[in-house]
Each structure stands twice: as structure tokens, then as C-alpha cells.
Design a protein around this ligand. Structure first.
Ligand code: KG4
Ligand code: ZN
Length: 365
């Protein structure tokens, strides 16, 4: 990339409405602004993201997010060289809100439009934050996604494995709900687990005994429900210590699954890299979990691999990653017309069959 390009990114595929401005040149990328407006309070009483409510909120908030992102960056729409928008995968009503906004701006200002895969945004984040060269291995673990991706270029992804049912963040959220903890469940469960004994309850590690890097988390949640109900039947309720022990057991099971599958994915990725240096990066809200980070760091140390955990605000859903991915695609010549479609499903690895499962946050592949 010879000159500097200024990219506006728009993201609305799940329950965060986001806009960002990223300036890119051959020297790297600079995030000039990044605005994220969550919707937790709108969905709290329903115990999960309600697609229609999410879509309406995105439609209401997206213009304001774009305006704030431009103002914070100190640029006008006329100074934007490309508009990058998440065009899928995700909850279709929300994706449409962002795509319609981006099309309107592109048509009005005569600015090129670039449709970006949300997963590519996550997958290219280590290149944005740490300038990690290709190839690298990425674990994306959030409330809606869970997959290992071998990232060989801006549009060259191989999925080494993924969840066949729930995403791990979804399992953390359900666990919190079952135990009367607050949402989002991950931080609450992690906090409670600090005072718990992970070995008190025998919780399963689904698919761990099978070869490969696919994962499953839904049986774990069912086992946790049974253990909780048994306690209630035996003693009429659950104590704070019971809750802490259940959280610790659950977190240990999720970490065991992700860490063992990461070990296998890293071996496979190292074979694919055929001697080229290879880093291992994480993305997604679950990457905030300290026990998980520690376990993954350990895997990297045993395989002499650099471990990269981008700042949390860029691990979770945001528009800076969409602007960056869009900017890289724009520099490579991608331009999309005003007829570009919003897509509920859009696998990054087109050579592989989509994974089963579509959780509360939409399609996982
Ligand atoms: O990436 P993200 O912000 O949104 C999407 O799912 O797209 O991830 C949110 C998920 C939630 O399910 C939340 O419970 C989980 O990440 N999470 C955590 C932690 N912090 C957030 N899970 C485990 N431990 C944490 N500390
Ligand atoms: Zn995401």
C-alpha cells in the first residue's frame, strides 16, 4: 500500500453497534477512533440476544455511531477513501442495518464500498494490533463463535476445527444463568471460580477423546444442570461454596477442551507452515479468561511459539477490525456494488462444509 487510506468500518452483526476509522499505509495501521455501543440491557430480561430487538437497536444507533466515529477521528465523510461493512455472518436483521447504512453513505458520498466477513475481521486482528506476519494460528472463542483458523493471507483461511454446537461464551452465559449469576456470564463465572474446587464435580470433556480439533460444549452445560439439580434435591438449594465449585469445575472443563484442542491445532498448523515462523493468537470475549490464557500460553511455550493476545477491546466485537480487514481488501482491489447482499452464513473456509449449530448469536460458520 503506497499511499495512506482512511477507512470507515461499520459492524452490526450481533449485539454491538460499532463504527471506527482506521488510517492505513505500508507502515501499518492506526485506529483513529472506535465506537462500540452494546445492547446488553435490551436483551437482559430474555436471557439471550433477541434478533428483532437487536436489528431495531442497530437501525437506531448506527448513524450516531458513524457520526461519533468520524468526529472522534477528526475527519469528514469526504476524507474517507473506503467504507468497510460487515456483510455477514450474523443475525441477518442486524447485518442488514449496517449494510444499508454503509450503502447509503457510499452512494451519497460516492465512496467505494467493501463488504467484509465478520470472522475475517476477527481473524486479521493480530495483523492490526501486533503486525503479526502470515501465516499464524488463531483461536476465535466468543459468545457466537469458536474455531481454529490457519490464517495464511487476507483472504486465505483454513478452518482446523470448530464447535459443533454451542460457543464457549454461550456456555459460560448459560452456566451463569443456571447458577443465578449476572450476565455476561464469563466474568461472573470466572470470579466465582476463584473460590472453588474444580475437582469436586465430575464434569465431562466432550469430544476430547476423539481425534481432530472439533469441539462441543452443550453436554457440559447439561451436566452442570444435573449437578445443580442434584444439590437442590439433596439439600434444598445451593450454597455459595457449591456455586463456586460448580463454576470452577465448569471453567476447568472448558479450559481443558480448548487447551488440548489448541495443542492439536498448533501441531497441525506448524506442519502446514512447513518451517515458517508461526504465532498463535486469540480473539473473542472468552479470550479474556485468565485461566484460559494461561493454559494457551503453556501450549505455546511447549511448542516454542509466540502467544499473542490483542487488547480485549479489539478481541471482542468492534468496527476497527472491520475497517482494517476492509482496508486490506480495498488495497488488494476489492470493490463491492450497491447490490451486495447481507449474508446470515458466510464460512471463511469455503473448501469445508459448514459446521453444525447456530447459537443465540447466529450462525457460527
Ligand atoms: O466477543 P464477544 O464480546 O461477543 C460475541 O460473542 O461476539 O464475547 C462475549 C462472550 C460472552 O459470552 C461472555 O460471557 C464471554 O465472551 N466472556 C468470557 C469472559 N469475558 C467475556 N468468558 C469467559 N471468561 C471471561 N472472563
Ligand atoms: Zn464476533
Amino acid at each position: 500500500m503506497e499511499q495512506t487510506v482512511c477507512v470507515l468500518g461499520i459492524e452490526s452483526s450481533c449485539d454491538d453497534t460499532a463504527a471506527a476509522v482506521v488510517r492505513m499505509s505500508d507502515k501499518g495501521a492506526q485506529i483513529l477512533s472506535s465506537v462500540v455501543e452494546g445492547q446488553n440491557e435490551l436483551h437482559a430480561e430474555f436471557g439471550g440476544v433477541v434478533p428483532e430487538i437487536a436489528a431495531r437497536a442497530h437501525a437506531e444507533k448506527v448513524d450516531g455511531c458513524v457520526r461519533t466515529a468520524l468526529d472522534d477521528a477528526g475527519v469528514t465523510l469526504a476524507q474517507i477513501d473506503a467504507i468497510a461493512v460487515t456483510a455477514g455472518p450474523g443475525l441477518i436483521g442486524g447485518v442488514l442495518s449496517g449494510v444499508m447504512c454503509a450503502k447509503g453513505l457510499a452512494a451519497g458520498a460516492g465512496t467505494p464500498l467493501v463488504a467484509v466477513n465478520h470472522l475475517a475481521g476477527h481473524a486479521l486482528t493480530p495483523a492490526l494490533t501486533d503486525r503479526v506476519p502470515f501465516p499464524y494460528l488463531l483461536l476465535l472463542a466468543s459468545g457466537g463463535h469458536c474455531q481454529f483458523l490457519y490464517v495464511a493471507g487476507i483472504d486465505d483461511f483454513t478452518r482446523l476445527g470448530g464447535t459443533i454446537d454451542d460457543a464457549p461464551g454461550e456456555a459460560f452465559d448459560k452456566t451463569a444463568r443456571l447458577l443465578g449469576l449476572t450476565q455476561p456470564g464469563g466474568p461472573a463465572v470466572e470470579q466465582a471460580a476463584r473460590n472453588g474446587a474444580a475437582d469436586r464435580f465430575a464434569l465431562p470433556r466432550p469430544l476430547l477423546d476423539r481425534p481432530g480439533c472439533d469441539m462441543s460444549f452443550s453436554g457440559l452445560k447439561t451436566a452442570l444442570l444435573r449437578a445443580r439439580d442434584q444439590l437442590i434435591a439433596d439439600q434444598g438449594g445451593i450454597s455459595a461454596q457449591d456455586r463456586a465449585d460448580l463454576c470452577a469445575g465448569f471453567q476447568a472443563a472448558v479450559c481443558d477442551i480448548l487447551v488440548e484442542k489448541a495443542r492439536r491445532a498448533l501441531s497441525a498448523a506448524r506442519d502446514m507452515a512447513a518451517g515458517q515462523p508461526l504465532a498463535f493468537a486469540v480473539a473473542g470475549g472468552v479470550a479474556a479468561n485468565a485461566a484460559l490464557r494461561e493454559g494457551l500460553q503453556g501450549v505455546c511455550e511447549t511448542q516454542d511459539t509466540q502467544f499473542i493476545a490483542p487488547p480485549l477491546a479489539l478481541c471482542t466485537d468492534n468496527a476497527a477490525m472491520i475497517a482494517y480487514a476492509g482496508g486490506r481488501l480495498f488495497a488488494a482491489g476489492q470493490r463491492d456494488g450497491l447490490d451486495v447482499s447481507a449474508r446470515p452464513r458466510w464460512p471463511l473456509d469455503r473448501a469445508q462444509a459448514p459446521l453444525l449449530g447456530s447459537g443465540k448469536k447466529g450462525a457460527k460458520a
